[in-house]
Design a protein around this ligand. Structure first.
Ligand SMILES: Cc1ncc(COP(=O)(O)O)c(C=O)c1O
Length: 366
C-alpha cells in the first residue's frame, strides 16, 4: 500500500451530480473531465460517472483517446480547437466531437476526403466576449457560407463560454444576449446549444440551453467563494508520517533553514512535496491534520517531503494518518483554504495533484 493517496468519494460525486442536475431543471450534463478530471484522476472519475452523465468534455485529442481506451460509450467532445490535419483526421476517425472555432480549421476541413467529412460531428464555438477561442460575430457570415456549402458535414452543437459569473452579471447577460443574436443569424442546421459553466449555472440558469457544462461543482467545489452552495468534496489527499524526531532549540529544518526551532521541538516528516503537486508556497504557512488537530508545516516544502511541528501531540509515531485535503475528526482542510493561503484558486490546487499518486475510489464521503 502506497503511503500517500487520493481518495475519491462515489457518494459525493453522485450527490453533486444530482444537485446540479436538479438546479439545471434536469438538463443534459456535459461533464468536463479535462486535465486529468481536474486533477482527480480521469480513469477513476470516468468509472464513477459513466452512468450518471450524458457527454464528456476533454481538452485534448490524447485525453479523448484515453477515454476511448477505457471503453467510454458516451459522446466525447474535445474542447480545444484541433489545428492540424492529422489530429482532426484522427479525432474524426474515432468519432469524437470537434470544436470548430477558427477559419484556419475550416481550410483544413475543406480539403478532407468526403468519407471523413461525412463522419464529422462539430460543435461550433461562438466567442461572445471571453476572447479566447471561437468565431466572433463578424465571422458568422463566412461560417454560414462554409457550412452551407459543406452539406456533408453535421453540426451537432453551437456553444459559447462565459468569462464572468456573479462578480459581473452584466457581462454575463451581455454575452448571453450576443449568443442569442448570433444564433438568430446562423443559417446551418444544428441540434444542441450549450453555454453554462458552474458559475453561470449558479448565477443565471439559462434553461433554454440543452446542455450544461459544469465542472468544478460536480467535483464538490465552488467556482469561487461568492457562491454559497452545499456540495460534497469528491477528493481528499492523505498520507502517513514516515519519521518522527526531536530537535533542539536553535536547529534549522529543511532547505535553507527558513525555520529555526525557538525551543526543543518534536517534528514529523510527511512524504509529500511539490513533486506531488502540493504547493511549495505552503512552506511555513500551511497546515495538515493529524489526530484531528491542525498542525503547522515548518520549513521549506521539498520535492517529496515536508515537516510539521508535532510537539503538542503526545506519543506520535510513524504510520499515523496525515490529511492535506479533507476531514479528520471534526476538522477539515479544503482546497479553498489552501488556495487562499497560496494566492490561487481551488481549481489549480486540485488540478496540480500529481497523476502519479494512486487513486482509491470509496463509497462513503471522504
Ligand atoms: C469551455 C469550458 N466549458 C466549461 C468549463 C467548466 O467550467 P467550471 O469548472 O467552472 O464549471 C470549462 C472550464 O474551464 C471550459 O473551459
Amino acid at each position: 500500500m502506497t503511503v500517500t493517496s487520493v481518495l475519491l468519494s462515489q457518494t459525493a460525486l453522485r450527490h453533486n451530480i444530482e444537485v446540479i442536475r436538479s438546479i439545471s431543471g434536469n438538463r443534459k450534463i456535459m461533464f468536463p473531465v479535462k486535465s486529468n478530471a481536474y486533477g482527480h484522476g480521469l480513469k477513476e472519475i470516468v468509472e464513477m460517472s459513466r452512468n450518471l452523465v450524458d457527454f464528456y468534455m476533454v481538452a485534448t485529442l490524447d485525453e479523448a483517446l484515453y477515454l476511448k481506451s477505457l471503453g467510454v460509450n458516451k459522446p466525447v467532445f474535445i474542447d480545444m480547437p484541433l489545428v492540424t490535419r492529422e489530429e482532426i483526421e484522427e479525432a474524426v476517425r474515432n468519432g469524437f466531437r470537434l470544436n470548430l472555432a477558427t477559419s484556419f480549421q475550416c481550410n483544413i476541413i475543406e480539403k478532407l476526403p468526403e468519407s471523413l467529412r461525412k463522419k464529422m460531428l462539430l460543435h461550433v464555438e461562438i466567442d461572445t466576449g471571453m476572447n479566447r477561442t471561437g468565431f466572433k460575430p463578424y465571422d458568422i457570415e463566412n461560417l454560414n457560407q462554409f457550412l452551407l456549402r459543406s452539406k456533408d458535414i453535421s453540426v451537432e452543437g453551437v456553444f459559447t463560454h462565459f468569462a464572468t459569473g456573479k462578480e459581473d452579471r452584466e457581462a454575463v447577460s451581455k454575452q448571453y444576449k450576443l449568443f442569442r443574436n448570433v444564433l438568430k443569424k446562423i443559417k446551418f442546421p444544428y441540434k444542441f446549444i450549450h453555454a453554462e459553466n458552474s458559475a453561470v449555472l449558479l448565477t443565471e440558469n439559462f434553461k433554454e440551453m440543452d446542455f450544461i457544462r459544469t465542472g468544478i461543482t460536480l467535483y464538490g467545489l465552488r467556482p469561487s467563494p461568492l457562491y454559497d452552495i452545499e456540495l460534497l468534496r469528491v477528493l481528499s489527499l492523505k498520507s502517513r508520517i514516515v519519521d518522527v524526531k526531536k530537535i533542539k532549540r536553535g536547529e534549522g529544518v529543511s532547505y535553507g533553514f527558513t525555520y529555526i526551532a525557538r525551543k526543543d521541538t518534536t517534528i514529523a516528516t510527511v512524504p509529500v512535496g511539490y513533486g506531488d503537486g502540493y504547493p511549495r508556497h505552503l512552506s511555513g504557512r500551511g497546515y495538515v491534520l493529524i489526530r484531528g488537530k491542525r498542525v503547522k508545516i515548518i520549513g521549506t516544502i521539498c520535492m517529496n517531503h515536508f515537516m510539521v511541528d508535532v510537539s503538542d501531540i503526545k506519543g506520535i509515531g510513524v504510520g499515523e494518518e496525515v490529511v492535506m485535503i479533507g476531514k479528520q475528526g471534526k476538522e477539515e482542510i479544503t482546497a479553498d483554504e489552501l488556495a487562499a493561503l497560496v494566492g490561487t484558486i481551488n481549481y489549480e490546487i486540485v488540478t496540480r495533484i500529481s497523476p502519479l499518486l494512486p487513486r482509491v475510489i470509496v463509497k462513503e464521503e471522504v
